[in-house]
Ligand binder design. Structure first.
Ligand code: SF4
Length: 306
């Protein structure tokens, strides 16, 4: 390797070989993984992986999306997506994981795409933002959404504003309430501890507030300033980054000088937050009741009708 290509690289790679791939002519590949447990030994569901759009227009200070995407955002052409959907149905795949950073950011396109999901009777998972999911919740549930993921990041408004999340606490609580009312949605949450303006007591208070919202599974990170993000520049100049060993940039280490919490205490807070927020039996039970059981019931129904 003697070149580096950052972000949506289809055209950049093609140009190295003397070709061009305009954004609107990128063909979506067929890509299938599976949901499994026991380190991949027990496969539960075959899941197709789909991107309908590259990039994210937001600029949360900690996030690498802008650093990798360079602000270049565009939709993947819908004909090639529909072609993938037809092939998936032929193969008997019923589940789709949508890995757009922010699905629904283009309302016209996401409306057409979710209509296609309904037409081919897929069940699907989407990553997006609380406000976008709230706006589309009823429609997307009718069109097959069974699971979603948002970045809550933190429940303190001051901390949300500091990381430039452009998200209101009320949107998070409303998202928790309305999605819970739906009953069968499996909700995955990204959450961050170690914000500059929160000490140990503030952090544990925030964790308990999130626990009350009763999400199904919560990925917890220690705030990490990744290179080329606004957070990197800010943290370096304001507090100083003491650890430049990138093996520690796995969101389980404190790599900068937090004003209130030591690296050791941050790691133990990370463990405490996991114990408070994630109950393995609860997570497994809901995976079964919300993702696996409905699939078995619909398969049995199809067999009975067939
Ligand atoms: S955290 Fe999410 S909304 Fe914010 S910039 Fe990253 S992908 Fe976009």
């Amino acid at each position: 390797m003697d070149r580096t290509v950052l972000g949506p690289g289809e055209n950049a790679v093609a140009e190295i070989f003397g070709h061009k791939v305009p954004d609107d002519q990128i063909q979506h590949p067929l890509s299938i993984g599976n949901l499994s447990i026991n380190q991949g030994k027990i496969k539960l569901l075959n899941v197709a992986i789909l991107y309908t759009r590259h990039g994210c227009p937001f600029n949360c200070s900690f996030c690498q999306a802008a650093a990798f995407g360079g602000g270049h955002t565009f939709n993947i052409n819908e004909e090639s997506i529909e072609d993938v959907l037809r092939r998936l149905r032929t193969m008997g795949i019923k589940y789709i994981a949508l890995y757009d950073e922010t699905f629904g950011i283009d309302p016209v396109s996401s409306d057409r795409i979710t209509l296609l999901f309904a037409k081919y009777r897929f069940r699907w998972f989407a990553m997006s933002r609380a406000s976008i999911l709230l706006h589309n919740l009823d429609t997307w549930c009718e069109r097959g959404m069974i699971s979603n993921c948002i970045g809550v990041e933190v429940v303190s408004q001051q901390a949300l504003d500091t990381i430039n999340k452009k998200q209101k606490v009320e949107e998070i609580t409303e998202f928790a309430r309305k999605t819970k009312e739906k009953g069968r949605i499996y909700r995955m949450i990204n959450y961050i501890i170690g914000h500059e303006n929160m000490d140990e007591a503030d952090t544990l208070r925030d964790v308990r507030r999130l626990a009350e919202m009763d999400f199904e599974v919560i990925a917890i990170s220690i705030l990490t300033p990744f290179p080329n993000t606004p957070l990197w520049d800010y943290t370096e100049s304001t507090y100083g980054i003491f650890d430049h060993d990138y093996r520690h940039y796995n969101t389980e280490h404190l790599v900068w000088n937090h004003p209130y919490i030591t690296p050791e205490r941050m790691r133990s807070l990370h463990r405490e937050a996991h114990q408070i927020l994630n109950k393995p039996l609860n997570m497994a039970g809901r995976i079964f009741s919300r993702l696996i059981l409905p699939q078995r019931q619909s398969t049995r129904l199809a067999l009975d009708m067939g």
